[in-house]
Write a protein that binds this ligand. Structure first.
Ligand SMILES: Cc1ncc(COP(=O)(O)OP(=O)(O)O)c(N)n1
Ligand code: TZP
Length: 540
């Protein structure tokens, strides 16, 4: 045994595969490059090798692991692990049953188990600490490396497993996520994967192709190690001011003059009903709209100065196009406002919204009451079309649902209704291997309530909720790291609500309300006097 099995560092777990080696490398050169640069566990997983060849390979890899003092695991083959005295075995759900593996290996060897379901966590908790030492949680994302995987679970699926470990008091069990993990998504996975009470996060990540197929495996490993050590994910530039004495009104003034100066480009992927109105709202706020569903230009648009994406899932854009756009904005750390229209109204929408939610990090998630309750898994009703569904809901319950969405998706969440709720679950982008969110829990999520009295006519025109998304996107497009995302979003919500209230008093009916709404947004934006706005904000 290389070390005490309870002190294994699981942070960067390499699983081998000799079928994907680049030219001029060997299985051993790739593993050694990984070991030299920070791999902390190696698993020999050679699916096509005969027993003799597998043993020969495993013996050579054991020499390397011993040299770098890193534990060696064997995939599936308990006999091979015993024959070469490896440090342990990793088995899947369809392999040898865990109690048998433990009986054969004895108490001191490491046993890893592949887990994708909460019931499997319940089983390992029932067995107790003597059986499973760590679990490989996955498959997180689709991967070419393993074809017969279960449905990808995304970071929310990993979070469910971590919560189940916490709920079942399986504190001894370490965790690594596996499946489709690459530098493009690892920070986001680490940031979003934590248990419901914030006490647990992943102990590490397991990769195959990112190292084994890399032309420079050493550089690939260093890159992964860099991300693991970073401890924070800045999906847009972090707020540079920790505490400010400025009043909310003076911050709002700064936000508006930034938007005015920067004239952000608001890339809309939105439904047809909203497109024209959204474009006019964008223009009224000193910004430029572009309604583009062209996949090949998403990255170019994201890279334009002060670009922000409004993603409204009522659109009919092809899913692949939307995924590309999300990745493009995440790559250059530009804001994305996500509006999951009719989140769970149909199975199709639920699948689409969940697919997109697992595909990116959103700066703000905005929804009506029905959408936010469904996203928080707190809805008592099925959604009725894209309508909010849950009309009469206790305000405390709504605040809790908004905080839950903010917390679960590590975002700023907005719930619209007679009063709007805004919650900030970003915790400054922090993540830490194995330590949860530095003990941040749902109770630590700040939440604000924006009141302005009822504006029923808002619900009688099309796309009024969608255009709040547009307003938030315009404000985030002008983002200035001296003012937090939470405050920037709050400014947008207050402006929109105040404009709605004033427009309702000026209009003669629903058609002129829409016209007055755009006029009022324009005027309030130009005046930039938030102290005169009617919307009031309070802490919940
Ligand atoms: C660390 C880690 N996690 C999961 C797996 C997958 O194991 P399994 O389900 O047995 O599938 P195969 O690897 O046998 O294809 C793993 N190998 N390592
Ligand atoms: C072995 C395994 N188990 C679940 S996914 C997977 C393969 C992961 O490979 P990659 O890191 O190349 O996506």
């Amino acid at each position: 045994m290389i070390c005490n099995k309870n002190a294994v560092d699981y942070s960067l777990y390499l699983v081998t595969d000799s079928s994907m080696l680049p030219p001029n490398t060997s299985l051993y050169s790739q593993i050694e490059a990984g070991l030299k640069n920070g791999v902390t566990v190696v698993q020999v997983r050679e699916k096509d090798s005969d027993t003799g060849a597998f043993i020969d390979e495993a013996v050579r890899i054991k020499e390397l692991c011993t040299k770098y003092q890193v534990p060696l695991m064997i995939n599936d083959r308990v006999d091979v692990a015993m024959a070469i005295d490896a440090d342990g075995v990793h088995v899947g759900q369809d392999d040898m049953p865990i109690p048998m593996v433990r009986k054969l290996l004895g108490p001191d060897k490491i046993i890893g188990w592949s887990v994708g379901k909460v019931e499997e966590v319940e089983t390992l908790a029932y067995w107790g600490p003597e059986m499973v030492d760590y679990i490989g949680v996955g498959t997180v994302f689709p991967t070419e490396t393993k074809k017969n995987t279960k449905i990808p679970m995304g970071p929310r699926g990993v979070a469910r497993i971590l919560t189940a470990l916490e709920d079942n008091k399986a504190e001894w069990c370490r965790t690594v996520a596996i499946g489709g993990l690459h530098p493009t998504n690892i920070e986001r996975v680490l940031y979003q994967s934590f248990s419901q009470n914030g006490k647990r996060s992943l102990d590490g990540i397991a990769v195959v192709s990112d190292i084994m197929a890399a032309p420079d495996a050493g550089a690939a490993t260093k890159r992964l190690q860099g991300l693991l050590k970073q401890n924070a994910y800045h999906f847009i530039p972090p707020c540079s001011v920790e505490k400010s004495d400025l009043s909310l009104h003076s911050k709002i003034k700064t936000v508006i003059s930034n938007v005015n100066d920067k004239a952000p480009l608001i890339h809309h992927i939105t439904n047809k009903v909203h497109q024209n109105f959204g474009a006019n709202v964008t223009l009224s706020l000193g910004s430029s709209p572009i309604m583009s569903e062209i996949e090949s230009e998403a990255q170019d648009l994201a890279e334009l100065p002060h670009a922000a994406l409004l993603l409204n899932t009522g659109s009919v854009a092809p899913v692949q196009m939307v995924k590309t756009a999300i990745a493009a904005y995440n790559k250059v750390k530009k804001p994305i406002v996500f509006d999951p229209v009719g989140y769970s109204a149909t199975e199709t929408r639920l699948l689409l919204n969940n697919t997109l939610l697992s595909h990116g990090q959103f700066t703000c998630i905005k929804g009506n009451i029905g959408e936010i309750l469904s996203l928080a898994n707190m809805s008592k009703n099925k959604m009725k079309g894209v309508d909010s569904g849950d009309h009469i809901v206790d305000k405390k319950y709504l605040a809790l649902a908004t905080k839950t969405v903010a917390y679960n998706f590590r975002t700023v969440a907005v719930c619209t209704g007679e009063d709007d709720f805004i919650a900030d679950g970003t915790f400054g982008g922090e993540y830490k291997l194995g330590h949860g969110l530095n003990k941040h829990s749902l109770d630590d999520v700040p939440c604000l309530r924006v009141e302005n009295g009822p504006i029923p006519i808002m619900g009688q025109i099309t796309a009024s909720g969608c255009s709040l998304g547009t307003t938030i996107a315009c404000f985030l497009g002008g983002y200035d790291s001296r003012i937090s995302v939470f405050e920037t979003v709050t400014a947008a919500v207050m402006l929109y609500k105040s404009a709605g209230f004033k427009a309702a008093s000026l209009c003669q009916g629903t058609a002129s309300f829409q016209v007055h709404l755009v006029d009022t947004l324009y005027n309030l934006f130009q005046e930039n006097s938030p102290e005169t706005w009617t919307a009031k904000v309070s802490v919940v």
